[in-house]
Design a protein around this ligand. Structure first.
Ligand code: ATP
Ligand code: MG
Ligand code: MG
Ligand code: MG
Length: 466
């Protein structure tokens, strides 16, 4: 007999079917009338299914009545209409098999609600909680939408390297890749395995962005996106930064900055609309349990249904200077905006997402297109309420002479980037792209306040054990 998911067994249309469901026990209650109610969840949906275990089952007294939270079981039985609140169906079990016990003395996920911080200590078990199950399903929906959105629009998915020599962002936030430490490897082992320690004869790093490589494919194949793990050795303990995160980076030949904004806006709206459509129960859960005041669903709906604000950086600085708000960091033309400034713009001033563009060239990387004013570059950041920057992008500098000038200005070794400048030597075209941090998108969709809680195993300074 095939297994039925809890999600399918909960549907009213399955009443009358015989089903086999498997999962982990959430609760067990025994009735005085000699049977038990066992709630199980299998990760397929937010809800549980209630199993009714009659006292006549052969293993009722010895096993079923010992079930506690965390035990894993399979139940076979008929799906019945349920009189219980919040559930259309339940299963009257004719057989229950117990796969694994969970010692109630030590199983960490008992009835008590733990804080998010505490749950991080059990990153291997936290997906069994309602919150982390919901996060995983919404993250999956967003990942799926990312591929669908670009695939439907004719983009090619390209895989850019994880190991690279170039610091795309020029921020010096790279993890260096080293070969194994000789001291830690026994001599014979080295001989046996024939390690080659000279493979990385020059410094190599983990990628901070696949953009430069994605540009090469865009400048041959038109529309591409790369989507993979990205690493930043930033020693920042914020609720929005990870040392390892996932970034999706589309890159489009012949696009300019406004096309890039259009793409970013349509892309974000599609992801959030899909999450609302495909993860209804989970989104309702976030709406009700995590953040009831913020009206998550209606906010997302209004964001999907209205146009984002598009505002030049210079005008944003004017707004911030004249708003009368006291900021911790002063606002000054020529410096990057801080999270408090971004939040003011999206949460208090406009109350919707804002695309800021035309940033000062002095604070942006070498590859961004220089405007005629020579002071600004065609950069854009998409800012959303609650999270701040969710996307960073730009039109790329496609004029060889200007690009080389910028590289000199930023003291980059032009020779090292010969492959990148080649794109400007042979059939150069305007092109543009952006990077979206997957975890920031999940944070925004779910209103989870800390980025560490929207990735299965968060990597932050000093935290890479498991
Ligand atoms: P921030 O200003 O928040 O540090 P950034 O400007 O350094 O971000 P970009 O280089 O523009 O980031 O990267 C593109 C996107 O990648 C960002 O808009 C954000 O969504 C995501 N991102 C960047 N750094 C991190 C990080 N450390 N952890 C998680 N996501 C990140
Ligand atoms: Mg940064
Ligand atoms: Mg930024
Ligand atoms: Mg940025």
């Amino acid at each position: 007999m095939n297994r039925t998911s809890v999600k399918a067994a909960r549907l009213e249309s399955s009443i009358g079917n015989t089903a086999k469901v498997s999962g982990w026990v959430r609760t067990r209650r025994d009735s005085k009338a000699g049977f038990s109610f066992i709630e199980i969840n299998d990760g397929s949906c937010q809800g549980n299914i209630q199993i009714i275990a009659p006292g006549e089952l052969a293993n009722y007294e010895d096993d079923i009545k010992r079930l506690t939270a965390g035990c894993s079981i399979t139940a076979v039985g008929e799906i019945k209409e349920s009189g219980g609140k919040g559930q259309a169906t339940e299963i009257l079990a004719s057989e229950i098999v117990i796969h694994g016990w969970a010692d109630p003395e030590t199983y960490p996920l008992q009835k008590k609600r733990h804080s998010m911080e505490k749950l991080r200590e059990w990153a291997h078990l936290r997906p069994r909680t309602n919150t982390f199950g919901a996060v995983a399903r919404v993250r999956n929906s967003i990942t799926n939408s990312i591929h669908q959105f670009f695939q439907e629009d004719g983009f090619l998915y390209v895989n850019t390297p994880v190991i690279t020599a170039s610091d795309c962002e020029g921020a010096g936030e790279m993890f260096q890749v080293t070969t194994m430490d000789m001291e830690h490897i026994a001599k014979q082992q080295i001989e046996k395995l024939n390690y080659k320690f000279d493979f990385f004869d020059k410094p190599s790093f983990l990628t901070v962005s696949g953009q430069l490589e994605a540009e090469t494919y865009a400048c041959s194949l038109g529309k591409v996106y790369t989507f993979g793990p990205t690493f930043r050795a930033e020693n920042s303990n914020t609720s929005r930064h990870l040392a390892e995160f996932w970034m999706v980076e589309p890159e489009v030949a012949f696009n300019e900055l406004t096309d890039n904004m259009d793409l970013a806006e349509a892309f974000l709206k599609r992801m959030f609309a899909d999450a609302l459509k495909n993860c209804g129960d989970d989104m309702q859960f976030f709406n009700d349990r995590i953040d009831p005041d913020k009206a998550l669903i209606s906010n997302l709906e209004s964001i999907i249904g209205s146009e984002f604000v598009r505002l030049p950086y210079t005008e944003a600085v004017e707004i911030l200077e004249n708003c009368g708000q006291k900021f911790e960091y002063p606002v000054d033309w020529g410096t990057d905006l801080q999270s408090e400034h971004e939040r003011f713009l999206t949460e208090q001033h406009f109350k919707k997402p804002v695309i800021l563009f035309d940033y000062p060239r002095s604070i942006k990387p070498f590859y961004m297109y220089c405007n005629d004013d020579e002071k600004t570059v065609r950069a854009m950041d998409v800012l959303v309420p609650g999270v701040g920057e969710i996307i960073g992008g730009s039109q790329r500098e496609h004029r060889l002479d200007v690009l080389e000038g910028r590289m000199k200005e930023q003291e980059l070794d032009i020779e090292e980037y010969w492959w990148y400048t080649d794109l400007r030597k042979y059939g150069t075209v305007p092109h543009a792209g952006f990077g979206l941090g997957l975890e920031r998108a999940v944070q925004f969709a779910t209103s989870m306040s800390n980025i560490r809680d929207v990735i299965p195993f968060p990597r932050t300074p000093g935290n890479a054990d498991f």
